[in-house]
Design a protein around this ligand. Structure first.
Ligand code: 13P
Ligand code: SF4
Length: 404
């Protein structure tokens, strides 16, 4: 078995114990660690869905309290059914720390979530991501070298102004570390307002004392929160494009704007358009439109409500029988909400929306594969964030947990 310590160029840093990785052990640098997912042994590919279910149930029972399984709401049915805890990024981040007795945390979600679980869990706990291909394209849009360059340029052009960096949970550990060592905090879609408020509150009042904030990597969550919840105007928000000189902005705009937004987005939520809201309202008069704040501002202002995946779930559960909801988020969650709320009509806002392809990488066979390896005392696909990244990222995560 090989133990490989990896530091990815995009900030993915993890250790992989793979029975099939050969005898090599060392440090390598690459754009993404995802390529290192070994193909599953043939047996897992030929088992029927029923056999997989029976085998997972058996392995889970044998491992008992040594294992805790966390499942993000976007996971497919064949995976989420095994989760001891389900939730949005914020809830799972807290749940990861709530079972210090479990030796292994199997994170059925994406890479940045498993990294955060590793940072927040106890030293004796091992975090496992069932498929290393499960990344997040939005998190990959904020490359640490581009971030450092932008930060240096902004310090110069905005000299005398205190800038607080805030990163969405959907970011690599090295970006969280950057934010931690520069006095900022992590936020999630369920607490972005509290964290952004904190960034701009004077130090004497318990805040970070920022005159402006730089928000990574999702421009939409940053803009929706600033404009719809904090009273800023669209003109107060300037977008920093990392592929253009000075972010594509002039110095006067950068000095004037209190909200600087990194030019990143989610490709799944980017498929929702204002026209979908108009069409669905026409088709189902009285329907309530609920969307995730990763949708564009133009979509969110047309919706009746917006919130994190956990908040969307709660809004629908709290609805009256016969209420109808059009939901603007990933399709696995929308389908589950429809199934779990048979007294209501729950449809997807965009009939052509696709799954989050990286979340979808995790499936029953991969879950079984990691569990059966644990039964043999082999830890495969362990995610380890090395120091000093882990300690600095923990500062930013802990600030969020203290504020939110
Ligand atoms: P939540 O924190 O709302 O679950 O969002 C995570 C995510 O990746 C949404 O695309
Ligand atoms: Fe990332 Fe979008 Fe998938 Fe969420 S839905 S994990 S933001 S790619």
């Amino acid at each position: 078995m090989a133990t490989v310590q990896l530091q990815g160029e995009l900030g993915r840093a993890f250790k992989v114990n793979q029975p099939h990785a050969g005898a090599w052990s060392g440090q390598i640098t690459m754009a993404s660690g995802a390529e290192l997912q070994v193909p599953l042994p043939q047996r897992y590919l030929t088992m029927s869905p029923e056999e997989i279910v029976i085998a997972i149930a058996r392995a889970k029972e044998r491992l008992g309290s040594r294992v805790v399984i966390l499942g993000h709401h976007y996971q497919r049915e064949e995976v989420i059914r095994w989760a001891d805890f389900r939730g949005d990024s914020f809830k799972l981040c807290k749940d990861a720390a709530a079972r210090p007795d479990a030796e292994y945390i199997i994170f059925c979600g994406v890479h940045f979530m498993a990294e955060s679980a590793d940072i927040l869990s106890a030293p004796h706990q091992k975090v496992i991501l069932p498929d290393l291909h499960a990344g997040c394209s939005m998190a990959d849009m904020a490359d640490i070298d581009q971030v450092e360059e932008a930060w240096d340029a902004l310090q110069e052009v905005c000299a005398g102004q205190k800038i607080i960096p805030i990163t969405y949970m959907n970011s690599a550990a090295n970006l969280k570390a950057f934010v931690g060592r520069n006095g900022g905090a992590v936020c999630t879609s369920s607490n972005a307002r509290k964290i952004m408020d904190w960034a701009l509150t004077p130090v004497e009042q318990g805040g970070a004392g920022g005159e402006k904030l730089l928000f990574f990597p999702d421009q939409h969550l940053g803009r929706n929160t600033a404009v719809l919840e904090m009273g800023f105007s669209l003109d107060d928000c300037a977008v920093w494009n990392p592929f253009q000189d000075m972010g594509g902005q002039d110095a006067a705009t950068l000095r004037r704007a209190p909200i600087l937004l990194w030019k990143g987005h989610c490709s799944v939520h980017g498929t929702f358009m204002p026209i979908h809201v108009d069409n669905i309202r026409q088709r189902y008069p009285g329907i309530k439109v609920v969307v995730h704040p990763e949708c564009t501002y133009e979509v969110v202002i047309k919706a009746d409500a917006y919130g994190s995946t956990e908040q969307i779930k709660k809004i629908i559960e709290a609805g009256a029988p016969d209420d109808a909801f059009a939901v603007g988020t990933e399709i696995n969650l929308v389908s589950r909400l429809a199934q779990e709320n048979p007294d209501k009509t729950v449809v997807c806002l965009n009939p052509n929306v696709c799954v989050c392809s990286t979340m979808y990488r995790v499936d029953g066979p991969h879950v079984l594969w990691v569990l059966e390896n644990l039964l043999e005392d082999r830890v495969v696909n362990q995610i380890v964030v090395p120091e000093p990244i882990a300690g600095q990222a923990k500062l930013a995560l802990q600030r969020m947990l203290d504020i939110a």
